[in-house]
Design a protein around this ligand. Sequence first.
Ligand code: BES
Ligand code: MN
Ligand code: ZN
Length: 512
Amino acid sequence: MKETRLSITEKPVDTLDSDLVVYFATQRKEMPPLCDTTVTALVENAHALGDFTGKADEKLLYYPLAGTQTVSAKARRILILGLGMTDSRKPVPDFFEILRKQGGIIAKTCEKTKAGTLAVCLPQISGVSMEKTAEALAEGILLGDYRFSKYKQTTRKQTDYPGISSIWFSCDKGAPSARKGAKKAINAADAVCQARDMANEPGNGWTPEAFADYAGSLADTHGLTCTCLGIKEMKELGMGGILGVNQGSTTPPCLVILEYDPGKPSDTLLLVGKGLTFDSGGISIKPAAGMEEMKYDMCGGAAVLAAMTAVAEEKPDLRVVAMVPATDNMPSGSALKPGDVITHVNQVTSEVVNTDAEGRLILADALAHGIKTFQPDCVVDIATLTGAVIIGLGHHYTGMVSNSDELTRRLEAAGQDAGEPVWRLPLNEDYIKQIESKVADIKNTGGKAGGTITAAAYLSKFVGDTPWAHLDIAGTAWDFTEKSYIPKGPSGTGVRTFIQLIRSWKKWTPDG
Ligand code: BES
Ligand code: MN
Ligand code: ZN
């Protein structure tokens, strides 16, 4: 992955040599926008012409002539971005999202102008700490500067833009606090970009073994504990779900377990991510159109493992265990058939009505095994589980089902702070009834109605009383958005929600 240097300086931004210099302007009532004095004349001019009011979606790109302007001769391009009204008491997380989006616009402008070096004059915003300002902006820039060109070999042009190589954040006070924020942003953005890299790999490039190798090398470099269960161990444990889904495949499955332990008594959080490296649907095969997108069916697994890089870096007082059941889902003579009955690791039997509802089968084994092994205080699973969640919530909210109001609150807050909002859906006995089977304990589909919830109902049979939340990211994991800091392709959703959840962790009590 590309390394971008991000440094904080107290030197004025106009003394820095860079391809692009960025200033911010705050919108004001019946007055020109407020900005750094270096660019006041430019901004007032644009305001007088009616071209710029400082609204959060406005920008000015300006090309100074060396020696003839009051602004720095060193800056080759000047970008001025609106912040909107910063005194309107917007809920602060919304404001972070504005800054993140502006960060994305900065990255896009760099790409368009092929700017490799960047200097940003950090805005002082009342009610927002320099740490948060630097964090949100840096996150937006680093996330927006993501690209994946590994498989562009003979078509890669000499002129292709390699991305931003160095960033200066300039502030006249609060540099230590800005530095803290920038470091958090780097940890989070690195993690997200790793998740995107995994997801961008095709099915033949990112296999269950690749998940195992990734977790193994994370463990080696950061002193985490990694265990990978293969077919033999799964058979001994009776993981009929993962084994069943893998039955039609020529690629072996893997259950990857990566543990961070602070080494003192603490809460334990278990994260389980669906690592379906390619979902053809199996014998209940999917239509050909768009099937290639099902290489993204491992985004949940990518999210939990990538989040562990930030956990390893930030060393929270919380034990965190990430688990990824990984396999592809293929049709063949040996594949699971509709009507087959499997037995999960906790002895629950399941009638596989539709082999395309495979995510719940592999998550079920992982959840039951993880809860038994690690006795977590709470567990969160994340999966591209149902097309139904896209019908229900579109592409803007991740669907959530949970048996715990407190875990719901924590995830809602973390998602909001991260700009990855989640929306809770209900679950009760009526939905659980929909997955009753005539031949086994449960069946793996509950019909068309409430598909996201009946999928969660299936999972609920494997978590017992453990506080649990299920995140369905089928609508938010890729290609959903116009957000400047999320380029086309996989979004890496969930990673920053988990990082935020862990950063803000307070001793677990079920009632908050
Ligand atoms: N991986 C898919 C869900 C999915 C669909 C993700 C569209 C992203 C976009 C999952 O394994 C699946 O196929 N679910 C089925 C379940 C159904 C057969 C009960 C679905 O949603 O159609
Ligand atoms: Mn499927
Ligand atoms: Zn799937």
